[in-house]
Ligand binder design. Structure first.
Ligand SMILES: [Zn+2]
Length: 87
C-alpha cells in the first residue's frame, strides 16, 4: 500500500509549486543565409540551409508539396471523403 500524505499542503505551497509550471519561449538564432529566425542546430525552414550549405532544395520541395495537395484535392472531389464534406 502506498504512503498517504500526512497533512494537506497549504494553498500558498500549492501556488508556489504551480508557479514554476510554465511554457518557455524557445531561443532562436538568425539564419546565416536568409536572416529568418531559426531554432539553433536546426535546418532553416524558409531556405533549407544549415551550417552555410543547402541541405534541402526548398523550390523542389514546394513543387512536390503543391503536387501532393493537388492530388489530395482531386481525391476528395472524385469521392471517398464525400461524407465529410456534407457533414
Ligand atoms: Zn534561411
Amino acid at each position: 500500500m502506498p504512503q498517504e500524505p500526512k497533512k494537506r499542503h497549504s494553498r500558498q505551497r500549492q501556488g508556489k509549486r504551480r508557479a514554476a509550471i510554465k511554457l518557455s519561449v524557445r531561443k532562436t538564432v538568425l539564419c546565416s543565409n536568409c536572416q529568418a529566425p531559426v531554432l539553433s542546430h536546426t535546418i532553416c525552414k524558409t531556405c533549407g540551409f544549415y551550417k552555410g550549405r543547402e541541405v534541402i532544395d526548398m523550390a523542389k520541395k514546394k513543387k512536390l508539396s503543391e503536387a501532393e495537395s493537388d492530388s489530395a484535392k482531386a481525391k476528395s472531389v472524385s469521392g471517398g471523403n464525400a461524407d465529410k464534406n456534407t457533414a
